[in-house]
Design a protein around this ligand. Structure first.
Ligand code: NAD
Length: 519
């Protein structure tokens, strides 16, 4: 029996020894910049001449690594290797599979500063955000190790039926295509990969094009604990080439995806089609975008609401699916809340996050994100009143810096209040009363996270019932879900509501087998 699961505590960077350790880890990570990384298929390293770069979005001239531009043929090869490994891995006892995760969690715990440093450099995370990402990766491994053992054999839940001896087992599915986004480049891939392998599946892991460096490092850590060859295969390359091939391959049994609505829908459609030689229905676990709202009524603690709005909107530059990119405020307190939100947000420090823990916001991830966000800022200028930001922050390093940007008096159905921007852009929307707050909150096609600040019991109860989101927070910010505490996943176009870090998550990576033997 393992001790009960507990969240990994965050490193306190205000302590001088931790500040020094983080600076040392950053120097060490910088010393590793510029290497070339292979594909890893069935344990074999495959170097390719054709590569793409991963750069530091704070200083795009800094090349972190060169990554193999895999092709559809490499995807086929990786799936074949995973299929071969599945023949034996599926029968490894679950306790033994769980121990690989526990050992990997321990290894990552010892190397937290190092993993944080990779994310500061490759994703532009602040130290605090990077640390939260690494802690979540560790939590996933600790939590899924325990859950896998708990769900593997559920025979005890069957009603007695003598003289039959009954078994009910959750057995693995087969080969999984693991396709994560770049915004939680440690936690999301670690969560998807380890959920799949601890339940007895084998995988092909394709990191997002923006964050292959951290992807390679976490795969290397998982290999270092002795996973048999072919259980975890590492494939880099364009999502619409290698990722797409992984999705349609007839030997792929399931797809674990987190990313945009557009790509999620594509996967949903193509996974549904039977390919020649395919003899199962593919399972899809799809977690997609959000347009999350923070609601404030006239009874709320307005200071806490304003702090919660700013933290939810601008943490990691607003590049979270859970980001509260809409603040919907009752008209009686709108002016007060709006001016306080602007005041708090204007104090956030934007810059190169490797400078220190005092930098709150780094760059957005790449030029495409930068262009898209700047386009939305132009749209916002037509749709609302620019209260803060709006102009890029120019630096000598030519990083992709966009400051916290706030639009006031935005109509509830304006584009900046309905579409996912995925950047540091917040729309303030005025509502007549509580009824209106709730109506506007539920007016988008998404349903991921949401928050309500109120001191009225009836309203808190109504929000519990009627605010239609997978993760609802009352009187706190709408970001920062913790494994085993806030199972995570959204409704509607936010995805399949898979509830990562929740008690039933692993069942999606298994199929139930009922066995009765007459004695
Ligand atoms: P994206 O959809 O562009 O890419 C996600 C992954 O899909 C990448 O690995 C990419 O290479 C791959 N891909 C692209 N085209 C593909 C195809 N045709 N077939 C297979 N794979 C393909 O998303 P992104 O920009 O990396 O991430 C941002 C998005 O992720 C946002 O919409 C955000 O809300 C969402 N997200 C959701 C959650 C959640 O839990 N709901 C968490 C984090 C991020």
């Amino acid at each position: 029996m393992l001790p009960e699961f507990r969240s990994e505590p965050f490193i306190d960077f205000t302590r001088p020894e931790n500040d020094a350790a983080m600076r040392a880890a950053l120097s060490q990570a910088k010393a590793e910049m510029g290497k070339t990384y292979p594909l890893v298929i069935g344990g074999e390293l495959i170097e390719l001449k054709d590569t793409f770069l991963s750069v530091n979005p704070s200083r795009p001239a800094d090349v972190l690594g060169y990554f193999a531009n895999g092709t559809a043929a490499h995807a086929d090869q990786a799936i074949a290797a995973a299929s071969e490994a599945f023949k034996t891995w599926q029968y490894v006892p679950v306790e033994e599979r769980a121990r690989y995760l526990l050992r990997a969690a321990a290894a990552m715990r010892r190397r937290k500063f190092e993993f944080d440093a990779y994310m500061v450099l490759e994703a532009g995370k602040s130290w605090y955000e990077a640390e939260a990402d690494t802690a979540e990766a560790i939590d996933f491994m600790e939590y899924y190790a325990r859950q896998a053992v708990r769900i593997a054999d559920q025979s005890h839940m069957m009603a007695p039926y003598p003289p039959e001896q009954l078994g009910y087992y959750n057995i693995p599915l087969g080969v999984g295509a693991i396709i994560p986004p770049w915004n939680f480049p440690n936690a999301i891939p670690v969560g998807l990969v380890t959920a799949a392998i601890v339940t007895g599946n084998t995988v092909v892991f394709k990191p997002a094009e923006q964050t292959p460096w951290i992807g390679y490092k976490l795969a290397e850590l998982l290999w270092s604990v002795g996973l048999p060859k072919g259980v975890l295969n590492f494939l880099t390359g364009p999502g619409d080439v290698v990722g797409a091939r992984m999705v349609v391959h007839p030997q792929t049994r399931f797809i674990g995806f987190t990313g945009s609505k557009q790509v999620g829908l594509w996967i949903h459609e193509h996974a549904a089609k039977q390919q020649p030689g395919q003899k199962w229905l593919k399972r899809t676990i799809l977690e997609m975008g959000g347009k999350d709202a923070v609601l404030v009524d006239e009874t709320a603690n307005l200071e806490e609401a304003a702090q919660g709005i700013v933290a939810g909107a601008f943490g990691f530059q607003g590049q979270k699916c859970s980001a509260g990119s809409r603040a919907i405020i009752a008209e009686a307190v709108y002016d007060k809340v709006a001016s306080r939100v602007v005041e708090i947000a204007s104090q956030l420090k934007v810059g190169e996050t490797d400078e220190g823990n005092h930098i709150n916001m780094g760059p957005v991830v790449d030029p495409e994100a930068y262009e898209k966000i700047m386009d939305y800022i132009e749209i916002g200028k037509q749709e609302g009143e620019l209260l803060l930001g709006g102009k890029p922050v120019e630096t000598a390093s030519k990083g992709y810096f966009i400051p916290p940007t706030i639009f006031g008096n935005v109509a509830w159905d304006a584009r900046v209040a309905q579409e996912e921007i995925f950047g540091p852009v917040l729309a303030l929307v005025k509502a007549k009363d509580f009824e209106d707050l709730l109506r506007i909150a539920n007016s988008t096609e998404y349903g991921l996270t949401g928050a309500l600040f109120s001191n009225e019991r009836d309203r808190l109860e109504r929000a519990r019932r009627e605010f239609h989101v997978g993760n609802l927070y009352l009187n706190r910010k709408c970001t920062g879900a913790l494994v085993g505490i806030h199972p995570f996943g959204g409704f509607n176009m936010s995805g399949t509501d898979s509830k990562g870090g929740g008690p039933d998550y692993l069942l999606q990576f298994t199929q139930g087998k009922s066995v009765a033997e007459k004695l």
